[in-house]
Write a protein that binds this ligand. Structure first.
Ligand code: NAD
Ligand code: 2HG
Length: 470
């Protein structure tokens, strides 16, 4: 490639040689009909004139995508010239540790656990894309401390989950799963006992965020009354009413649906005591995370008739890929659960629609590309959100410096002493807990000076990671 410029850049503990090459025919997001969520809408109309910053041959960037990331997302990353390896399933820990050693970028969904143990081996990794909403599968704190930014797609699949839950409410109320299974087994069983309309019934939503909101609107359109419980005070959609405690919600709802993140506080949030509080013959739906419901308690509540049905989309242990895995060796109660009447079991498909996966693919691939090429952290979930107006093609001797550092006193002074020989055109810095992110565009930088600049920043004791883009 032409205009290759070499500087040694340390990635983790290894030094690698990088070069700058840019193919102007490449652009960030060229997918026709791209569905962009509002978080990606910051892309400014002047972007056409923006200079692309890449202090490396794009072909040097290795991307590993696991868990069948959407094709459009894969294509967008390939169009950048990155080396992309895409696998259909997640990997067992040992294989993941081997694979992650080499890559700069990893894309996952909900099943790949990026624990501290795994991330410690990821010497070149500088960004993680969660092609989903949940980020509980990543050790976000460790990642931030290692200078690894994490991005997700905060609401691209919310509507898909809400629609699934609406369907499940009707299916449970009418025992459709059982009737369908019976018919598949050749049994005609025409019954109305225990089958209900949902009109006029009360839906209790636990966690009134993106999904809870959508669901609230849809449920009211179906003639349901909506109550919700959330740890924060929120504006109600329509005529929904916030209740002040989980207990009040459990006592008042005919259908209880869970939409909270996986947190220490939400672990086994619904257990024996909570089933006890629920109305006789009510229903439970969980499409949040498997850790939120104590499943043996649910099995007891179902067997005793306390609840009339349940729908589960998520489980404490989920298989790495598709296949015949939902047995006791995965979750010790799996066979008991499978034997229950009016219990719908789905394989974590709440967000699995063409619309959601396309939107997620585009949004996360776009965030990864902007981070790799420009250092922009807008939308990151574990490091401060920092962005600077793009450099333009008529600013040839400009360099973008990114310095991720420990949030301790005196760093800015030291960094600016290093940058001080040049003109700092613009600079932004922000902190999040212990981590700070500084981005500066400096002008009048001779190519020969870039290596020294980089080296001086690397030597600061507060340094977590330095990147110099030009
Ligand atoms: N089944 C699927 O395929 C699927 C798809 C998308 C998301 N999810 C899961 O659903 C969860 C919720 O998604 P979302 O987009 O609505 O998230 P969100 O962040 O928009 O909303 C979560 C809400 O839960 C509230 N909350 C947190 N802790 C709580 C507690 N202890 N008690 C009550 N409320 C609490 C928060 O205040 C927030 O309002 C995600 O974290 C993810 O784990 C599952
Ligand atoms: O697609 C997935 O694996 C996860 C879907 C969902 O749980 C999410 O967190 O967005």
């Amino acid at each position: 490639m032409s205009n290759a410029r070499e500087i040694p850049v340390r990635n983790g503990n290894r030094k690698m040689s990088v070069s700058n090459s840019f193919d102007p025919s490449l652009s960030f997001s060229t997918s026709p009909g791209a569905v962009r969520s509002p978080t990606a809408s910051h892309a400014n109309p002047a972007a056409a004139a923006a200079k692309q910053l890449k202090p490396f041959h794009t072909g040097d960037i290795k991307v590993l995508l696991l868990e069948n990331v959407n094709k459009i997302g894969q294509t967008m990353l390939k169009e950048q010239g990155y080396q992309v390896e895409a696998l259909k399933s997640s990997l067992p820990e040992e294989q993941l540790i081997e694979k992650i050693k080499d890559v700069h970028v990893i894309g996952i969904r909900s099943k790949t656990k990026l624990s501290e143990k795994v991330l410690k081996h990821a010497k070149n990794l500088f960004v993680i894309g969660c092609f989903c909403i949940g980020t509980n599968q990543v050790d976000l704190k460790y990642a931030a401390g290692a200078g690894i930014a994490v991005f997700n797609s905060p609401f691209s699949n919310s509507r898909s989950v809400a629609e699934l839950v609406i369907a499940e409410i009707v299916v449970l109320a009418r025992q459709l799963g059982d009737r369908s299974n019976e018919m598949h087994a050749g049994v005609w069983n025409k019954v109305s006992a225990g089958c209900w309309e949902i009109r006029g019934k009360t839906l209790g939503i636990v966690g009134y965020g993106h999904i809870g909101n959508q669901l609230s609107v849809l449920a009211e359109m179906m003639g349901m009354k909506v109550i919700y419980y959330d740890v924060i005070n929120l504006m109600s959609m329509g005529t929904a009413q916030q209740v002040t405690s989980l207990d009040a919600l459990l006592q008042g709802a005919d259908f209880v649906t869970l939409h909270v993140p996986e947190l220490p506080e939400t672990k086994n949030m619904i257990g024996a005591a909570q089933f006890e509080l629920m109305k006789e013959g009510s229903y439970l739906i969980n499409a949040s995370r498997g850790s939120v419901v104590d499943i043996p308690a649910l099995i007891n509540a179902s067997r005793s008739g306390k609840i009339a049905g349940a729908a589960l989309d998520v489980y404490p242990n989920e298989p790495a890929g598709n296949g015949d895995y939902f047995q006791n060796d995965l979750n010790r109660w799996a066979e008991d659960l499978r034997s229950l009447k009016n219990v719908i079991l789905t394989p974590h498909i709440g967000g699995s629609t063409e619309e959601a996966q396309t939107a997620i693919g585009i949004e996360v691939a776009d965030a990864l590309t902007r981070y790799v090429n420009e250092g922009t952290t807008q939308g990151a979930v574990n490091v401060p959100e920092v962005a600077l107006r793009s450099l333009t093609a008529d600013e040839p001797n400009h360099v973008r410096v990114i310095f991720i550092h420990h949030n301790v006193p005196g760093v800015l002074k030291r960094v600016n002493d290093i940058l001080g020989d040049h003109n700092v055109d613009k600079q932004m810095t922000d902190s999040r807990g212990d981590i700070a992110y500084l981005m500066a565009d400096i002008s009048n930088v001779n190519v020969n000076e870039i290596k020294d600049l980089y080296q001086s920043l690397e030597e600061l004791s507060s340094r977590i990671r330095t990147r110099v883009l030009y």
